[in-house]
Design a protein around this ligand. Sequence first.
Ligand code: 13P
Ligand code: SF4
Length: 442
Amino acid sequence: MSATPVTLQPRPIDTRPIDPSVDHEIQAIVAGETTAETCNTDLAAGPWTFDTRPGYGPGSSMGDVIPTGAPRQGQLPAEYREADEAELAARIVAAKHTLGERVVVLGHFYQREEVVTHADYVGDSFQLANAALEHPDAEAIVFCGVHFMAETADLLSRPEQAVILPNLAAGCSMADMADIDQVEECWEQLSDVYGDMDAPDAEGLLPVIPVTYMNSSAAIKGFVGRHGGIVCTSSNARTVLEWAFARGRRVLFFPDQHLGRNTAKAMGVPLEQMPMWNPRKALGGSSEAELADARVILWHGFCSVHRRFTVDQIAAARAEHPGVRVIVHPECPMDVVDAADEAGSTDYIRKAIAAATEPTTFAIGTEINLVQRLAAQFPQHEIFCLDPVVCPCSTMYRIHPGYLAWILEGLVAGEVRNRITVPADVAQPARVALERMLAAKP
Ligand code: 13P
Ligand code: SF4
């Protein structure tokens, strides 16, 4: 007897628009309205719960150590803590309207949707620094991002312009992993191994060229500028390493070991020639022979958000979604980048999705706010985050619309709050390092 054929019904298409707000999703998780998981339910509370405490607050980087002397926000006034989403949005719109062209609001891709919606420009850290540069007449640049980004905008903007970080506790745990004193100490130890760091060899190459990722303090950028080095971003890291290898025998790369390793490996540098520098160990934990043979010395830093992505998540995505296109950020560990189909900066990821002409399933390895926004913006594709746990960058998440409203209403009242200023002695060499990057061409 032959079996009755089963007619497969196509799965009904869910036509409801995707909510781009990670905030709403976390609230729904905490209220038990969804089976999704978050890495820390404290994220559902307002960030002001942590304003008076040191540290990064709840979430992926809460175990990281905040550097001594790092600014603390201090408590946000009650009227902003107690206002609901609609009231804050209305107050932000009204204040922006009053301020007009006097203010420019910049929003990083990883910011909450409730903040990004008020931004005049949304982009990666480099694009936003350029947006600051393009507004020399604005009195205030409100940078909804993290501390190093506001510092970079201050370096590139005019001295009269005030660059403002709405919550001073919005640092970057990776940037904080390369502390200027540790880097100076490392340089001294390296000079014991390599000799005079300013003396070129017979081929005109210096012993070491320092390269810092944009995700570093202005003090580190200044260090790099003073020692013949350069800044890079995740989109130009290869070009910058080529620039450095044209001038030096080897590179000291900080703070992100993964971006350094992934980029150098793609350029053909063997892993054996990439020792790690752990600032807590003598000679960074390597022998003199290893350092003598090194091509890239990798600082022991990482991003707590991108470290969450794993090869197993990629395998699960491929098993559940045959044909899925996996794109990850180069801050992910090397095995994850190797297992993905592509790796690229936040802007690369956005452009890759925007350029896909056929409906495609994308599994993305980067911060959830960007992934969820892309899923909402491109409903013709299926876009999901490789990490099934909802875990935003906890420091980016410190910027809540309450702080933006407080900053903007302060400006309306003639008060500049939370200004970020890089001291002149640091700013001058830091600008040199940034200008070298801008001039480096592939
Ligand atoms: P972008 O340089 O792409 O803005 O990334 C910054 C960042 O913090 C990535 O984790
Ligand atoms: Fe820093 Fe990682 Fe957050 Fe980017 S995602 S700001 S590197 S902690």
